[in-house]
Design a protein around this ligand. Structure first.
Ligand SMILES: [Zn+2]
Length: 345
């Protein structure tokens, strides 16, 4: 039984944006698969040009659910866990929007294996070209699968501050994921956005438009949201956490202030970066807003009382009055970040 398959993307020679992808068997290892892909592309008729032929492990990836939450809008739910060899770095939600002409993907998971499983799952839904992979911010659980989609022909899109944020952290992200995910992480790489969003950008998928919006510093300094006009679905990335403890890597005050503006807008549904794949807006923001508000209040009170950081981390409670998953990992970091931000205000 072949263990690899080839995803061969073919584009029309006289209309290079008209592409389609074929799946075919590729042999028992990656080298055999790549040789087979080269043989196939050499044989292809001149009116179609083979562009990309990633070799994807067959049956090796974990089952990859993409659920349709609105017409043409699919979401995959990441695990509520630290990245590991078991989950392969599949710990953040991923979106797929299919238009008449093209596909856009929102975030790509935390490694090459997640990207490959995602690509296979998309190819089970449609042969349309994957023209964009939009990264909602620079965190590794959202970006490390993007290279697979890039190799399959997608342009990588991100906030204009994304490349700078990655540059400062690339080494530590890769080192941490190599350690946590282990062997399955091999071959993963960071793919920088080449289309940058400074304010607002529209992507035309054919019959539907996505509105991309760059935000001021909130969860990070490079948060980007994606709104699908056709269905009123708003992908908020990590501007919205549910169940999973929020992770603060930008500005606590900025997050709360801008959250208020975002909750005054309407959307038929929103997709959080972590948590259930489709929730109602603005109600879904309330638990996180409470968490962030309590964190601000208790941290300010600790600073005013002269409590040192080391003690504040212990005394500002991990659960903050509501149950949050993974709070043992994220809450102490959040108190530290909040303390450093609020100490000098
Ligand atoms: Zn994040």
């Amino acid at each position: 039984m072949p263990m690899f398959e080839i995803l061969l993307t073919l584009c029309l020679a006289d209309a290079p944006l008209e592409c389609r992808t074929l799946r075919t068997s590729g042999g028992e290892d990656r080298a055999v698969c790549q040789a087979e892909a080269r043989r196939l592309t050499a044989e292809w008729p001149a009116e179609e040009i083979p562009q990309k032929w990633p070799c994807v492990p067959k049956g090796e990836t974990t089952p990859f659910d993409l659920s349709e939450i609105a017409p043409g809008v699919y979401v995959h739910q990441g695990a509520h866990a630290e990245p590991s060899g078991d989950n392969l770095g599949d710990t953040a939600n991923i979106g797929v929007v299919i238009g008449d002409d093209a596909v856009a993907v929102i975030d790509a998971g935390g490694g090459r294996r997640v990207g490959e499983a995602l690509l296979s799952a998309i190819r089970n839904l449609t042969d349309k070209p994957i023209r964009w992979v939009v990264l909602t911010h620079m965190h590794p659980d959202h970006v490390l699968g993007a290279s697979v989609l890039r190799d399959a022909g997608a342009e990588v899109v991100g906030h204009f501050k994304h490349p700078r944020a990655i540059a400062a952290r690339e080494g530590s992200y890769l080192e941490a994921y190599e350690r946590l995910v282990g062997a399955p992480f091999q071959g993963s790489r960071i793919e920088l956005p080449t289309q940058l969003v400074k304010d607002r950008t529209e992507l035309d998928l054919g019959g539907r438009r996505l509105i991309l919006e760059a935000h001021p510093t909130m969860h990070t300094d490079n948060d980007l949201t994606v709104y699908d006009e056709a269905t009123g679905t708003w992908f908020l990335g990590d501007l919205l956490f549910l169940d999973h403890t929020p992770a603060l890597d930008g500005s606590l005050v900025g997050w709360l202030n801008n959250l208020e503006k975002l909750t005054s807008r309407e959307a038929a549904r929103v997709v959080p970066g972590h948590g259930p794949i489709s929730v109602s807006w603005p109600e879904a923001a309330e638990p996180m807003r409470m968490y962030l508000t309590t964190l601000v209040d208790r941290t300010r009170a600790a600073i005013a009382a002269g409590v040192p950081l080391g003690e504040a981390v212990e005394t500002i409670g991990g659960q903050l009055d509501a149950p949050w998953l993974l709070s043992d990992i994220f809450h102490r970091r959040n108190v530290t970040s909040a303390f450093k931000e609020l100490e000098w205000e």
